[in-house]
Design a protein around this ligand. Structure first.
Ligand SMILES: Cc1cc2nc3c(=O)[nH]c(=O)nc-3n(C[C@H](O)[C@H](O)[C@H](O)COP(=O)(O)O)c2cc1C
Length: 163
């Protein structure tokens, strides 16, 4: 499954069933996190106008325009292991991508954090709770076209073995 996933950026208009969105959220919250701090929360955006606005937050966000679903991941300020929160959020974002692939959906990670401009652009559109920062947006939908398995990136020269 991991080897077959790839970023999908064009989607059918078909809405995503509520049960599938739940699966995405279940997997998102099953991610590992430092000290199990689970610094995440999520905003599920189905509204086409809001998705069109979000598609303007960066050039890489344009794929949200026309997507049936966008998931904004939010990172909470924590006292446990604050420096680890971005890693926790990345693990959660990756889980959403993998779960989407598993469910026959396509998805792409749109990077927001740590770029201040993108964070502020999201905050201008969505009323984000104090103490939380937008981390990523995942555009999700049924792929508009079937896609090929990606080339394997495996490169043994990048591995050092200490015996
Ligand atoms: C932190 C991060 C930020 C990314 N931001 C964007 C983005 O803004 N727009 C986009 O289209 N793809 C974005 N991507 C997807 C990458 O371009 C993609 O994962 C990469 O080209 C490898 O292709 P693959 O996902 O098909 O394996 C991002 C990926 C990561 C991990």
């Amino acid at each position: 499954m991991i080897q077959e996933r790839r970023s999908v950026r064009t989607f059918k208009k078909t809405p995503i069933e509520a049960a599938l969105i739940d699966q995405l959220m279940i997997s998102a919250m099953q991610a590992p996190s430092a000290r199990n701090q689970q610094p995440w929360s999520f905003i599920v955006v189905k509204n086409p106008e809001v998705l069109a606005q979000l598609s303007q937050v960066s050039s890489g966000a344009r794929h949200l325009n026309g997507a049936p679903l966008g998931i904004i991941t939010l990172m909470k300020d924590t006292e446990h292991a604050p420096h680890m929160c971005p890693q926790d959020m990345a693990a959660s974002t990756q889980n959403i991508l993998l779960e989407a692939h598993q469910q026959g959906l396509g998805a792409v990670w749109i990077g927001i954090f740590p770029l201040e401009e993108r964070i502020n652009n999201v905050k201008k559109i969505i009323d984000i709770k104090t103490g939380t920062t937008p981390f990523s947006i995942i555009a999700v939908g049924y792929p508009a076209q079937p896609y090929e398995k990606p080339n394997l990136r495996f490169d043994r020269s990048r591995i050092q073995v200490i015996e």
